[in-house]
Design a protein around this ligand. Structure first.
Ligand code: AMP
Ligand code: MG
Length: 285
């Protein structure tokens, strides 16, 4: 294992295996990678972000496959922070971030996967979902926005949808940013005290917090039913931001490495192009 790298075994342990029953209380949101010291985290993160930049460029150049990253988590779990710290190193030309808010009238007039499908990545692209089609089995379930019979059959629809994307060359990684209620409260307090963060406070944060157990139950079932070989869920320990960022960055970069991306073959006659280049140089002097 390279020095200062998070062990791949530890990262693998964050994945929910297909068919495994997800029990969030058994997954420690405060854990850290065993082989990495805190002071190694900074350099490791810089390296991971550089890897991501290089690999995303290859994905873009290769233009045959795509990557979909789904970020889910309760308020203050760090969905925005993950995008800012982990994914901002990538070239904006090949990356699209889509936030999933309460459906607009147009979105609500379509099937629940319509807006997700529209935001799915084209070949060569990375698409990041800040919240996602999973809200339709999470907030919708917790607040009983549709009858159970309606949301319950959505797990199958989601699996079919993701299988369709995967069959079309899209790699899918789904991250649940796992936060303890104590850490959430500490982050709410920071928001209260820091004028630069006060804009992030919403009353909904507190109303939603009261539904904590209902959310965890909804997440556990959603993750259990939709963690598949082609679209795995990872439960990311998120009480420590550096652990969260490093884990997400390294899982994405290992996945991109596995994809065997290559720059496309040269399609021109290089000898001829060199000749034309030298002629152009001569003409210019
Ligand atoms: P935020 O991520 O803080 O900007 O908030 C977005 C809000 O939109 C959250 O409260 C989500 O629960 C809500 N939301 C996202 N998707 C849906 C959906 N399909 N139905 C209802 N509410 C949703
Ligand atoms: Mg919020």
């Amino acid at each position: 294992m390279a020095e200062g790298r998070v062990s791949p075994n530890w990262l693998q342990g964050l994945a929910v295996r297909p068919g495994e029953r997800t029990q969030l209380e058994r997954r420690d949101s405060t854990q850290k990678p065993p082989d990495l010291k805190r002071k190694e985290a900074g350099p490791a993160m810089a390296e991971a972000v550089a890897d991501l930049d290089r690999l995303q460029y290859l994905l873009y150049a290769d233009a045959s496959a795509s990557l979909l990253i789904v970020l889910q988590g309760l308020d203050a779990a760090g969905k925005d922070g993950t995008i800012r710290h982990v994914l901002s190193g990538m070239n904006p030309q090949g990356v699209r971030v889509t936030p999933f808010k309460q459906p607009t009238p147009d979105e609500a007039a379509h099937d629940f996967l319509w807006r997700a499908h529209r935001a799915a990545p084209a070949r060569g692209e990375v698409a990041i979902f800040n919240r996602s089609h999973y809200e339709d089995v999470l907030v919708v379930r917790v607040h009983e926005l549709v009858p159970e019979a309606v949301w319950r059959e959505r797990y199958d629809r989601i699996n079919e949808f993701e299988a369709l994307l995967a069959a079309n060359g899209t790699r899918i990684l789904k991250f649940f940013l796992h936060l303890s209620p104590e850490e959430q409260l500490r982050r709410f307090e920071k928001r209260l005290q820091d004028p630069a963060r006060q804009w992030k406070i919403s009353e909904a944060d507190y109303t939603e917090r009261a539904f904590w157990d209902a959310y965890l139950e909804a997440y556990e079932e959603a993750i259990t039913r939709t963690s598949t070989r082609h679209a795995p869920w990872f439960v990311i320990p998120s009480d420590r931001k550096w652990v969260r960022n490093l884990a997400v960055a390294q899982i994405i970069s290992l996945t991109l490495e596995e994809m065997g991306l290559k720059t496309p073959p040269v399609r021109v006659d290089l000898a001829d192009i060199r000749h034309r280049y030298h002629k152009a140089v001569k003409a210019a002097t």
